[in-house]
Write a protein that binds this ligand. Sequence first.
Ligand code: HEC
Length: 203
Amino acid sequence: MRIPVRMLLCIPLLLGLTGCETETAYNPLDDFEQLDPATIFASPEPLPSASYTPEQIARGRYLVGLLGCGSCHTDGALVGSPNGDRLLAGSSTGIAYTSPFVDDFPGIVYPANLTPDMQTGLGSWTMERLVTMVRVGTTEHSASSLPVMPWPAYAGITYDDALSIAAYLKSLAPVSHQVPANVARGQRASAPYVHFGVYQSRD
Ligand code: HEC
């Protein structure tokens, strides 16, 4: 266990000395830079659609903005500078799902491209698969839940609202953007990542 210990290598003030040397032991947060993630920005304009009603698409757009999907699924948003040309088209910055304080190489997931691009996005997804994804956090019932993606926070959403989200995402202009592959715990990531977390003091 790494316990930050501050050692004062000086003779106390009694001697009136200045310039005491201070040595600080390893602090895991030193390896990270504090950033403000972007949380509020526009949801992209949908294309006219023959498959879904304008009300459904408007509702989906409203919910996607409200639920902050873009704050993870947009390039640059996690590090404070969302790329307006690639709104909701996936993030090249990943998110650690194990603690970088414990693992030298934490597991990393990269928020997916949510535009309906056939190769790199959700183009081939059915509406049902998207609805299930938002409500249950998996696409197959037997599969394990997606890490980081806050699906438990969305699980109470109504079927119709989840369907509206799917309709809106399906109506976006497809953007070709392949996000980096997820990285297993213990392997070194080649694309940058951030980590979320709440840290309680030890004493
Ligand atoms: C806190 C960050 C975060 C937020 C907010 C978020 N997601 Fe995600 N989402 C992720 C991550 C990370 C993944 C990839 C997880 C993985 O690969 O295991 C993901 C995966 C997905 C996938 C699966 C895509 C695929 O190709 O497998 C869909 C669909 C999705 N998110 C939709 C949404 C929608 C819709 C919202 C808003 C209602 C949303 N997400 C909000 C982080 C987030």
